[in-house]
Write a protein that binds this ligand. Sequence first.
Ligand code: FAD
Ligand code: NAD
Length: 449
Amino acid sequence: MEGKKFDVFVIGSGVAGQTVALKCAKAGMRVAIADNREFGGTCANRGCDPKKVLLAATEALDMAQRLKGKGIEGNLKISWKKLQKFKGSFTDSIPARTEEKLREAGIKLYHQSPSFEGNQSLLVEGKKIKAEKIVVATGYEPRKLSVKGSKFLKTSDDFLNLKKLPKKIVFVGAGYIGMEFAHMACRAGSDVTVIDSGKRPLKSFDPDLVSELTSFSKKMGIEFVFGGKIESIKKGRKKFKLIYKKGGHSKELKADAVFNTAGRVPAISALDLAKGNVSFNENGIETNSYLQSKSNEFVYACGDVSDNGLPLTPLSGREGYIVAENILKNNQKKVGIPVIPSVVFTLPHLASVGYSEEEAKSRYKNVVVKTNDATKWFNAKRVNASIYAYKVILNERTEEIVGAHLLGPQAAETINIMTMAINQKMKADELQATLFTYPSWTNDLKSMV
Ligand SMILES: Cc1cc2nc3c(=O)[nH]c(=O)nc-3n(C[C@H](O)[C@H](O)[C@H](O)COP(=O)(O)OP(=O)(O)OC[C@H]3O[C@@H](n4cnc5c(N)ncnc54)[C@H](O)[C@@H]3O)c2cc1C
Ligand SMILES: NC(=O)c1ccc[n+]([C@@H]2O[C@H](COP(=O)([O-])OP(=O)(O)OC[C@H]3O[C@@H](n4cnc5c(N)ncnc54)[C@H](O)[C@@H]3O)[C@@H](O)[C@H]2O)c1
């Protein structure tokens, strides 16, 4: 049956999809948007935002525990139930508010997954729909682990919605999500083990700082298994049993809940991309510098699901903006490769921007690596932090800052200053000549360079 015609049809209502839809609708285009889950996307419903609300309680607890006997008395503890209620006060209204905002902009909403029928046509809710431009903004979803008993594995969505915190938790995968949740669960009172098939956690971060964070996490009580290959998960009478192989031996871990935090993959399986002649690889939809599909000029992809850059919220929003501009102005804006800061919200934070030591050494003739333990600095001592370290990398010839890797309280904030410094091609002495507030974590950056 022949259906409607649109100028732009957007698939996915996260930050990337919403940005395109709203901008195109504002410019007077006929726009539709589809999502097969609650509207609003990962970050707001089941990612960054709810995670950071839960994190606030563990931040308060961590600070209080560090200052115990140094002015703080008594024992604080987390009420997971009340914390979840507080989180709900942020997330519960997101889907309805998102739908309202989109409808008010004159956008037609669909609540099922479309699938491609041709280069410019989709099948949506049983009807064929034509669109001048189709935008895929479906994000990433948890990687499925093909092991026996994988149906017993829970996801990050389940963790963020836990009504009660399990006593013993295993996270499979020591990436961003596994490490952030392990810290949170451990602080909230769970007994936590993280198992990873690789040799270390957080592969894209500085190995020296990761090593410090891992030692610190162990002291907190988190147990790690590296080089562990999951074989199966069984449901026992009371607990789940995770069988894994390490060094040729079969071993097991028992837990009340096992979470799959082994990475995320492009959410494209329901789209029938082949029928739309849309090519993809393991990172997502193959795009050119205008974020246009390499194989179908009528299709754009933005956010996590494009094969461009890191799957993070700020870049997803930026890509949505670029796609809207390119639809409205016929490919005027190239995506480029912006300097992207990234942070793991463990406590302490591990944050990074620019080149790693290894990348910088392969790129420049000579580099200066400024690295140190900063636990003796005033800021760390003031909050009794037992872990505070950094690695800043300069191009020796130009003295410009080209990479910064920070491990410590507030690193999620201070890394933004380093991002500006790298973007502005600042030299170490230019950063040092800048006046910052004192005493502040930002002011410490001057001593680091
Ligand atoms: C637990 C967790 C914590 C995170 N924390 C951070 C953080 O602290 N900082 C950060 O920068 N990033 C974080 N991220 C990553 C961040 O959430 C993503 O980068 C961001 O949400 C991507 O936005 P997007 O619009 O590309 O995709 P999404 O927000 O994922 O939106 C895609 C939308 O498409 C829909 N969809 C998928 N398939 C279909 C289909 N077939 N049909 C219709 N609709 C479909 C989905 O339901 C979803 O609503 C986190 C992610 C997770 C899972
Ligand atoms: N703070 C943030 O900005 C933030 C937080 C969460 C997620 N994210 C985004 O979401 C993406 C996905 O995060 P993630 O933590 O799911 O993935 P990740 O890629 O960061 O980590 C996955 C980990 O799982 C391990 N692994 C893979 N297969 C395994 C297996 N079979 N058994 C055991 N371990 C296995 C990998 O070795 C890796 O260490 C990130 O790349 C990031 O872009 C960002």
